[in-house]
Design a protein around this ligand. Structure first.
Ligand SMILES: Nc1nc2c(c(=O)[nH]1)N[C@H]1C(S)=C(S)[C@@H](COP(=O)(O)OP(=O)(O)OC[C@H]3O[C@@H](n4cnc5c(N)ncnc54)[C@H](O)[C@@H]3O)O[C@H]1N2
Ligand code: MOO
Length: 391
């Protein structure tokens, strides 16, 4: 059985970035920029007043004659003399011959004249051309993730579309005869289905909004058919049916669909029977059905692949180091993923850790990784953890 790091390396080897696409700026939130963006214009594009007040030529004279008015959106210019001022408003074009704006609170207005009561510094309250950024300068390097601030900044250049890596389209197939939808009392032998909504939320909260959910009974022919449908998308996630029972049909159905197996089973707990494969552009992760196994395999493996596909340059799992609050055991000779809470770098591990349970996942904020060769860890020993459930 391969190790966690071997599995991650195989995923990296077999996963590529999706093609780039020109996307409308308004739709680009969370996408990764595929090429450097340079400023098409300088910002500000023209000299602007930063205050409501009066534009004038800085000098000795404090009594000024108002010769006109310029409000935001006007394209006017004025031939200003040293003893003249223009009434001006925030965002309006500053006359070429004016170099300073005095805010209106600092003058006394007497009809067509003003007296400056408090002289500002020379050049005060004038936003110069290119003060923020000059035409041709770099706005963003390739690989930047687009957020709301960036969308606002790009919009201020008049940019309406950006070249980004496409976001993967994902199909999630949920298998299992025992799975019942919420809304009616549980039937004998059944459980409420919870992996679909959990994985859908995990995807959506990480910016992967294109998720189609399909459900199938434990039946080989039906599983083959639904997998063929799921293979249309960039990633196929399958929950359950990947173990060795007589009613686990996913492995056989993947093979029947010509999906190439890259690995099956990782030396870890939970999530041992993870299956990873590929058919043409589609990556397939068959996640073990136990809820904690499914989520762990999603967080460690499927999410790593999604990051690569979407052009995220930060493809590593961002493990952090913390110290254990209690002695902890690993009796399995496998990499153990266990849940706990982390506070100021100290990790308290929950007592209930099982692949069938979500209780510790739901309460925890840290997925702690215990290496396979470690049988016993002392209180105070350092371990790696992945922050989870933080926002
Ligand atoms: N003889 C062996 N049996 C099992 C082995 C093994 O090596 N030899 N491995 C065990 C491990 S480890 C895991 S993990 C599970 C994985 O099984 P499957 O991927 O085939 O999953 P299922 O059998 O379909 O379901 C397992 C478990 O999870 C519940 N489940 C499934 N889907 C959902 C869902 N959508 N929502 C909520 N709960 C779900 C299901 O009812 C089962 O209880 O295999 C072990 N067996
Ligand atoms: O690998 Mo399974 O997830 O231990 O129950």
């Amino acid at each position: 059985m391969i190790s966690v790091s071997e599995a991650l390396d195989l995923i990296k080897t077999h996963t590529g970035q999706l093609p780039t696409v020109k996307m409308q700026l308004r739709d680009s939130f969370g996408c990764f920029v595929a090429e450097e963006i340079v400023a098409p214009i300088s910002l500000p594009f023209f000299r602007q007043s930063a205050m409501d007040g009066y534009a004038f030529r800085f000098g000795e004279i404090s009594e000024l004659e108002i010769i006109g008015e310029c409000k935001a959106g006007d394209a006017l210019d004025f031939e200003l003399q040293a003893n003249q001022a223009v009434r001006i408003f925030t965002g309006a074009r500053v006359p070429d011959l004016a170099d300073t704006v005095v805010m209106q609170e600092h003058v006394e207005a007497n009809g067509k004249n003003i007296s400056i009561l408090q002289l500002p510094d020379k050049s005060a309250n004038v936003r110069e051309v290119g003060e923020q950024i000059k035409a041709g300068d770099q706005v963003l390097p390739a690989g930047t993730k687009i957020n709301e601030s960036i969308i606002g900044f790009l919009a201020s250049f008049g940019i309406t579309e950006v070249l980004v890596f496409n976001k993967p389209k994902i199909t999630l197939i949920v298998t299992g005869n025992e799975l019942q939808e919420a809304g009616s009392p549980l039937q004998p032998g059944c459980i409420y289905e919870s992996n679909a909504i959990m994985l859908e939320s995990a995807l959506k909260s990480r910016g992967f909004a294109s998720v189609r959910i399909l459900k199938v009974e434990d039946d080989l022919e039906a599983t083959k058919k639904i997998i063929a449908e799921g293979l249309e998308d960039d990633m196929l996630l399958i929950s359950g049916g990947i173990s060795v029972g007589d009613y686990d049909f996913v492995n056989a159905a993947l093979q029947a669909n010509g999906v190439q197996e890259i690995f099956y089973k990782v030396n870890q707990k939970p999530g041992k029977p993870l299956w990873f494969g590929k058919k043409e552009k589609t990556l397939v992760f068959a996640l073990p059905g136990n809820p904690a196994s499914s989520l762990t395999c999603f967080l460690i493996y499927a999410f790593s692949a999604l990051k690569i596909m979407s052009g995220n340059p930060d493809i590593d799992l961002n493990f952090q180091t913390g110290v254990l609050k209690h002695r902890t055991y690993n009796k399995f000779g496998k990499t153990l993923f266990i849940l706990g809470t982390e506070k100021n770098g100290e990790l308290e591990i929950y007592p209930k850790q099982a692949s069938s349970m979500l209780i510790s996942y739901a309460l925890g904020n840290a997925l702690v990784m215990i290496p396979e060769q470690k049988e016993e860890l002392e209180a105070g020993e350092s371990v790696q953890f992945l922050p989870i459930n933080r926002n």
